[in-house]
Design a protein around this ligand. Structure first.
Ligand code: NAG
Ligand code: NAG
Ligand code: NAG
Ligand code: NAG
Length: 501
């Protein structure tokens, strides 16, 4: 029953409702209908401007740019993570606009798009406490801007909010002062990485220090709570910690296991002539395997100072020791990646695979896996490097690139594009075939054909709970995207993707 209310109260309520509707046009306007493509979504204009503008300025891009944006709502109801997911819509129904980033008060608003992804945990939902990692490096490499692994370690050893994800880390530093050991420990603690920093044995050379890591892992006080003991390099990255653990679960931790991957290069496999786990992709041992190794004379030397087990590489020395003294053989896990290719890595990262480890991204090729990985804070880890193909011939490789194929997608996107090389240009035959055992037949690089225009990830930022903004750039001077004789564009081009729940 309605209470008795004087008429003027009802009028006031009606006026109040009118005011709300007036100031929130989205209430009354465009929210009905096909929400996946036509809803106007005016993101968070002020914040957009601040982050994007600063990022472009820091990278000396603009102020005159070409610009397009899309807000993507991820719906975690897909049954699987496909290599490529077809989306029955255009990515950019509105064309690119010319703007002056320093002048525009608000960026052109970006429309909402729904994308279906498989549910997977974000970094703060991963419990990695049954894993412990061991790495040996120098204080110089640990602190030097060009080589420091800190940004990357934060992504896969913490929950992204300054707390550990439970994984342990033993950092062995070579020839370092007590003071620097303390500094390293403080640095790691300050970001939430649960690390034990120790000096490595000064008596040992590099391969010796590598094998010695097994002793450190085995003797760590947390041994009984760990299931897998992982040797890594200081440039090994694990993009899918949850999937990594799921994959390891099939190997009984109470049995001796030695798990790893080969180089992607068949020429090196033949040259090395031994089925050993290559260290850069990560080598996983179970406790019984560690226990066995620490009991063996792996580091025994001859009078001339060389190893009895003859190797100048740590990963090979470990294998030689297992082969000589045990019946443990390699369990090959090809989803770990050594990444022994050189040059432009885009063919690998744009291939739709879910590599459980990455390597060599600061040396043989250049790439920022920490930046790539930020989007895991939104749509979950399995979204990272996932591909989405649109009707207007765009493919997003989430965290790596947005690519337009202006003449259509007339190739097989399940084939890896051969953008990279073997670093062995003297022998072109070798060049074509060395990777085929690992990647299958490569398709031709679209370098300099004008058929591929790529925007590569420039920056990514978590903006709130489950919200991540990515900024991709196609630089006007980039020759890879131009056909012979094609004029370079006059402006740098920017794509902004905002991922929202
Ligand atoms: C943007 O500006 C460039 C010149 O800087 C011009 O060539 C291009 O056609 C313009 N694009 C649009 C969509 O106006
Ligand atoms: C340790 O470092 C010092 C200088 O920092 C150097 O003189 C010495 O040779 C190094 N020792 C080894 C074993 O590399
Ligand atoms: C870090 O690991 C140690 C064991 O090495 C454990 O005692 C401690 O509780 C851990 N710290 C955090 C913050 O989880
Ligand atoms: C692509 O082009 C660049 C020069 O812009 C060149 O250095 C590279 O070798 C090319 N890659 C391939 C696979 O042709």
């Amino acid at each position: 029953m309605l209470p008795r209310t004087p008429l003027h109260r009802w009028l006031a309520v009606a006026f109040f409702v009118l005011v709300i509707v007036w100031y929130h046009p989205n209430f009354s306007g465009s929210s009905i209908g096909d929400s996946s493509s036509t809803t106007g979504f005016s993101g968070n204009g002020v914040d957009d401007l601040t982050y994007v503008r600063k990022l472009l300025k820091d990278n000396k891009i603009g102020p005159e740019i070409e610009y397009a944006a899309r807000t993507i709502r991820y719906v975690p109801d897909a049954t699987q993570r496909k290599s490529i997911t077809e989306v029955n819509q255009n990515l950019f129904p509105q064309s690119f606009k010319n703007i002056t980033i320093s002048k525009n008060q608000n960026l052109p608003s970006s429309r909402l798009l729904d994308i279906h992804v498989k549910h997977s945990p974000r970094p703060d939902q991963v419990d990695a406490s049954d894993l412990i990692f061991g790495v040996s490096t120098t204080y110089d490499r640990f602190t030097n801007e060009g080589t420091s692994p800190m940004k990357e370690w934060v992504r896969w050893l913490t929950d992204g909010n300054g707390r550990t994800n439970g994984a342990g880390l033993i950092l062995a530093l070579f020839n370092t002062t007590e003071e620097n050991l303390g500094n390293a420990a403080k640095t790691l603690e300050s970001v939430g990485i649960n690390a034990t920093v120790v000096p490595s044995n000064l008596e040992l050379d590099m391969p010796g220090r590598y094998v010695d890591l097994v002793h450190m892992l085995y003797n760590h006080p947390t041994r009984n709570s760990r299931k897998y003991f992982v040797l890594i390099d200081d440039d090994t990255f694990f993009p899918y910690m949850n999937e990594f653990r799921n994959t390891l679960r099939q190997y009984d931790p109470t049995k001796p296991y030695y798990i790893g991957t080969f180089t992607e290069r068949v020429d090196w496999i033949l040259q090395n002539g031994a089925p050993f786990a290559y260290g850069g992709g990560g080598i996983v041992l179970t406790e019984p395997a560690c226990q066995k190794i620490v009991s063996l004379p792996c580091l025994e030397k001859k009078e001339d100072g060389s190893y009895v087990l003859a190797s100048d590489q740590g990963d090979r020395l470990l294998f030689n020791c297992l082969r000589e003294h045990t019946d443990i053989t390699l369990t090959y896990l090809p989803s770990l990646h050594q990444e022994d290719q050189f040059g432009d890595p885009s063919g690998f990262y744009e291939s739709g695979i879910q590599p459980l480890s990455l390597h060599h991204y600061k040396s043989w090729h250049h790439f920022n896996p920490d930046r790539m990985h930020v989007v895991a804070d939104a749509c979950g880890e399995s979204c990272v490097l996932q591909r989405f193909q649109f009707l207007d011939n765009y493919i997003i490789t989430n965290g790596f690139s947005v690519v337009h194929y202006p003449q259509g997608i007339d190739f097989d996107p399940l084939q890896v594009e051969g953008t990279f090389g073997s670093g062995n240009d003297g022998n072109p035959l070798l060049h074509e075939t060395v990777f085929s055992y690992s990647f299958g037949q490569l398709r031709k690089s679209m370098n300099h054909t004008g058929k591929k225009k790529g925007w590569e990830l420039l920056g990514a930022k978590k903006e709130g709970d489950g919200r991540v903004k990515q900024v991709y750039v196609k630089r006007r001077g980039e020759g890879r995207w131009l056909a012979e004789g094609e004029d370079a564009p006059l402006r740098d081009s920017i794509v902004v993707l905002t991922w929202i729940p």
